[in-house]
Design a protein around this ligand. Structure first.
Ligand code: 3NM
Length: 207
């Protein structure tokens, strides 16, 4: 990871994009100025995942953005994405490092302070912590950590900290004030009637 983490981290989950294809959503987000995009598809086969990921990687590359693949270091490597995001049950960070070349971003999800402390000791490039607010986008979410939990996480790491879970344009500022460097968002972006306008609004609020 060579550049500071953008303040808005958009996650595209096809379960939430309705009639729009992931590629169409990517185009809208990039046009709005979003420069950090993750693709997360828990249902796709490896073949399907490779297809969509390849396309999005090209789009984000042309816009000089950063593209992260959820969970799958192999797919990230195959499409020359900028990195991978790992959950607690995915490959451990140091093992994903064996797959991805130096300089690629590796992010990790954490949900309690002990995991933040562990991640701080790892070579992860950034740490996501949440759910900060209640979320409906994740199956079996961990207990809500709240802004108080986020402040504690801030004390436990010097790495870039990403607030995730239930973040909206209305509460994003509060998450930054609690110590987040970036906010990761699925539904408040993807469920908006006008995704581009919502993304621009987020970017303004996070200025
Ligand atoms: N991870 P939304 S919460 C993918 O707590 C994900 O680690 C979480 O979606 C965590 O912005 C979450 O719609 C869902 O709440 C985020």
């Amino acid at each position: 990871m060579h550049s500071p983490i953008p303040r808005l981290y958009a996650i595209i989950d096809p379960a939430q994009t309705g009639h729009l294809s992931p590629a169409a959503v990517t185009e809208i987000l990039l046009a709005a100025g979003v420069r950090l995009i993750q693709f997360r598809d828990k249902r796709a086969s490896s073949g399907e995942l490779l297809q969509s990921t390849r396309q999005i990687a090209g789009q984000v590359r042309r816009a000089k953005g950063v593209f992260i693949v959820n969970d799958r270091a192999d797919v990230s490597l195959a499409v020359d994405a900028d990195g991978v995001h790992l959950g607690q049950d995915d490959l451990p960070v140091e093992w994903a490092r064996r797959v991805l070349s130096a300089g690629k971003w590796i992010g990790t999800s954490t949900h309690v302070l002990a995991q933040v402390i562990e991640a701080e000791k790892s070579s992860a490039d950034y740490i996501a912590f949440g759910p900060v607010f209640p979320t409906e986008s994740k199956d079996n979410p961990d207990p809500v950590v709240g802004l108080h939990g986020l402040r504690e996480a801030r004390q436990a790491t010097r790495k870039p900290l990403v607030a995730i879970g239930g973040v909206t344009a209305e509460n994003a500022r509060a998450a930054m004030d609690a110590g987040a460097d970036s906010v990761a968002v699925i539904s408040d972006l993807l469920k908006a009637p006008d995704i581009g306008q919502r993304a621009r609004h987020f970017l303004e609020v996070l200025q």
